[in-house]
Design a binder for this molecule. Structure first.
Ligand SMILES: Cc1cc2nc3c(=O)[nH]c(=O)nc-3n(C[C@H](O)[C@H](O)[C@H](O)COP(=O)(O)OP(=O)(O)OC[C@H]3O[C@@H](n4cnc5c(N)ncnc54)[C@H](O)[C@@H]3O)c2cc1C
Length: 404
């Protein structure tokens, strides 16, 4: 399955490395991770730090799945707003979930600071504007809920918006302590770090099945069998070889990256910008003064193959940037379409399979995938080492929309 097509930007910021070569193979790893993208790399780091023996197997070159087209914004706000999540799962759990997201942004910064490669991590605010007058009520309610529970945020009236950015909208809530980064460089940095610490990395090894035997899991691949005490599937939006995702919605999305702009002005702290409409438009800048804009989601699972279609969508996205920032001279540089997964209840799938012993999943579906990969890596580490994590029930697979 193609998970992205077109011309992604991040690979131009870091040279494609040689495939990893490992000549030895442990008799039985503590953990084998299937998938070396953001989720697999962060999980391997957490487990390697805890001194477990770990291997990652990836059917592609690691970091070239959706991680390579992730637009790299990390925020504690979610596709499901806090006040909506309170209605869905109750106040205590919803607030705890948002606190986990806020902490994950900080944890990503800490990891970023440890890496041999800069991931261009910069703390930024986010502006979520009301796409219509009818959505002002929602924006206000969200702001009040976030504030009541101690999250760093503000509310902007239309006048306050025009003081801070070159456009105005009926209202917006602004969240602080979010961040931007380059996900491709971050994951390549983690892979370099864990390889040095002794983690075995196998590019181009596809897992086709896994079976629990007496004290070991037998993992079948196109490169023979591997053995492990635990297996974690961090396979992103593609079907997992084992386990069925009940609550997954696989769609596709588009993104463009402009040529560098001379001077980024009338853009409050170069904040991430998004909106209440669904599907939503989202915009950020890069360290070399480009603008990335994404959106126009479609209910089709496969990434678009036609470059004509990708360019047509790119033109539409450029028009949306130009409407918000008419003073910029905007030119297209990169454009792509990609598979994008969401879950029906807007929460990721993280935890142990309900019936398959020592089989775990970390599928961070949704616009906040990176934050989910981050806290998911910690939940799985604790489930494997201690058998429990205090927040695991929030994202467990054994729920109405989970993994069976
Ligand atoms: C256009 C776009 C923009 C996005 N923007 C953001 C954003 O701004 N912020 C954010 O937080 N999230 C964003 N996301 C979501 C984010 O990209 C994903 O959550 C994240 O990259 C997923 O990482 P992953 O490791 O789970 O998946 P991937 O990076 O896809 O890694 C999964 C890996 O598993 C491997 N694999 C699959 N099956 C097998 C198998 N059977 N055997 C071996 N290997 C296998 C694949 O080859 C792949 O390398 C965006 C997603 C898209 C598509």
């Amino acid at each position: 399955m193609d998970i992205h097509n077109g011309s992604p930007y991040w690979p131009t910021t870091f040279p494609l490395r040689k495939p990893f070569e490992v000549n030895e193979r442990s008799e039985c790893y503590d953990v084998v991770i299937v998938g070396g993208g953001m989720s697999g790399a962060l999980t391997a780091l957490a487990l390697t730090d805890a001194r477990l023996s770990v291997a990652i197997l990836d059917k592609r070159q690691m970091a070239t799945g959706s991680t390579m087209v992730n637009t790299g914004f990390i925020q504690y706000s979610n596709d499901i707003m806090l006040h909506e999540l309170i209605d869905q799962i109750g106040e205590r759990d919803a607030v705890r979930y948002y606190q986990m997201c806020l902490k994950a942004v900080k944890d990503l910064e800490t990891i970023s600071n440890r890496l041999p490669i800069s991931s261009d991590f910069i703390v930024r605010p986010s502006i979520c504007f009301a796409s219509s007058d009818a959505d002002v009520k929602k924006i206000k309610e969200e702001y009040e809920t976030l504030r009541r529970h101690g999250f760093p945020c503000d509310y902007w009236t239309p006048d306050e918006m025009s003081e801070n950015v070159s456009f105005t909208k009926p209202g917006a809530f602004v969240t602080y302590e979010d961040a931007e980064m380059n996900p491709y460089r971050l994951v390549n940095g983690i892979l370099e770090l864990i390889e040095e610490k002794g983690t075995h990395l196998f590019d181009f090894v596809e897992v086709t099945d896994s079976m629990t035997q007496e004290d070991c899991i037998l993992i079948k691949t196109n490169a023979g069998t591997f053995n492990a005490k635990h297996i974690i599937y961090t396979t992103g939006y593609e079907t997992t070889p084992v386990g069925k995702r009940i609550g997954a919605k696989i769609n596709r999305s588009y993104a463009v990256v402009t040529k560098p702009i001379d001077q980024i002005t009338q853009w409050y702290q170069r904040a991430f910008i998004w909106e209440t409409a669904r599907p939503y438009l989202y915009i950020r800048t890069t360290t070399d003064n480009r603008i990335i804009v994404g959106g126009l989601d479609e209910e089709i699972a496969h990434a678009p193959k036609s470059l004509e279609l990708i360019n047509e969508k790119a033109e539409k996205l450029l028009i949306r940037i130009q409407e918000l920032f008419p003073h910029f001279q905007i030119e297209l540089d990169y454009a792509y379409g990609a598979t994008f997964g969401e879950s029906k209840d807007n929460m990721p799938f993280i935890g142990q399979h309900p019936t398959k012993k020592n089989h775990y999943y970390l599928l961070g579906y949704g616009g906040n995938g990176t934050v989910y990969s981050m806290f998911g890596s910690q939940i799985l580490r604790d489930l494997i080492i201690d058998g429990h994590h205090p927040d695991a029930h929030l994202v467990q697979l054994d729920r109405k929309y989970g993994v069976k």
